[in-house]
Design a protein around this ligand. Sequence first.
Ligand SMILES: NC(=O)c1ccc[n+]([C@@H]2O[C@H](COP(=O)([O-])OP(=O)(O)OC[C@H]3O[C@@H](n4cnc5c(N)ncnc54)[C@H](OP(=O)(O)O)[C@@H]3O)[C@@H](O)[C@H]2O)c1
Length: 328
Amino acid sequence: MSLAVTMPAACIDRVGGPIRIAALPVPRPGPTDVLVRVAASGVNHVDLFVRSGAYRTHTPLPFVIGRDAVGSVVEVGAGVAAFAVGDRVWCNSLGHAGRQGALAEYAVVAADRLYRLPDAIDPEHAAVVLHTGATAHLGLARQARLQAGETLFVEGAGGGVGSAIVQMARFMGARIVATAARRDHDWCRQCGADVLIDYHDDDRYEQARQAAPEGIDVWWDTSGRNDFAAVLPLMRLGGRAIVMSGLRGGAASLPVGPMYTRDVSLHGFAISNASVSDLAHAATAINRLLAAGRLNARIGATFALHQTDQAYAAMAAGQLAGRIVIRV
Ligand SMILES: NC(=O)c1ccc[n+]([C@@H]2O[C@H](COP(=O)([O-])OP(=O)(O)OC[C@H]3O[C@@H](n4cnc5c(N)ncnc54)[C@H](OP(=O)(O)O)[C@@H]3O)[C@@H](O)[C@H]2O)c1
């Protein structure tokens, strides 16, 4: 098959500049790379941080944005044995650290950052759980070392990351107490949450205490509020707290008393720092869940590549219940 010379791509010409749809040269794979025809991608908050410069990373200009690509192999580098033309594949570490992004007709992916898409999984279904699923795995498995039978308290469980955390933790055998807006409770139950609390309730932490009378083993607040004063006293000896804040964070105060007296450890991490090996471990878990039909997302909207700017505006407005797909 002969490829076109140029391709449509959603890119920026300067950090902080607008996203435009440009005709860029189709990239060429190096000896250890694979060229992927992208079918679908997801929309993540971090893409906006890259675009605005709020998250500093190497962005050779023009820079194609987007972390997650699902598609099929169209060409393999001479040194690649693991993939062949036609394989259905995915990657969730494009669009930062000098790697061009996923929101283009074609993307070059280093073979060690590429994974097979399980049979019968729809590319658009996969595209919206790759970033959130890997985040969930890094937090629960690598950071918190969540064990079967432990109690996880997840706040913001209705969101993209929150619902992936619930599904991953269910798969790992945890008991899950979750907060979400009431309209998201059915969805969170489908994901596997055992106890749902409305985050608008003034007594939400009293409800959490009653739901976990023996204490919380792992606490993860995806909404970024991190109310240490309320939750640290609810934690069990040896508990692990995962902190996340988007770009809003930094204001929470940390009462150290209930932390050190309970041997609680605090874990911050960013998926952008994950190693190739960490991402591969997460990919194995994601593929296992996908194949079992146990990693799902609500799709709030689907946009075409030329509507990328609208897709990010819709995410930033925060009015959609569900993840956003870009069909390439
Ligand atoms: N550290 C990392 O590597 C990493 C990776 C991925 C994402 N993130 C960060 O994770 C955060 C969440 O991302 P996301 O994609 O899941 O966003 P999202 O889909 O917008 O989810 C956020 C959820 O938090 C809920 N929420 C809002 N206020 C709350 C409160 N007071 N208590 C409990 N829940 C509340 C929201 O509910 P409503 O709909 O009712 O407002 C929504 O369901 C972002 O800040 C993102 O940047 C970090």
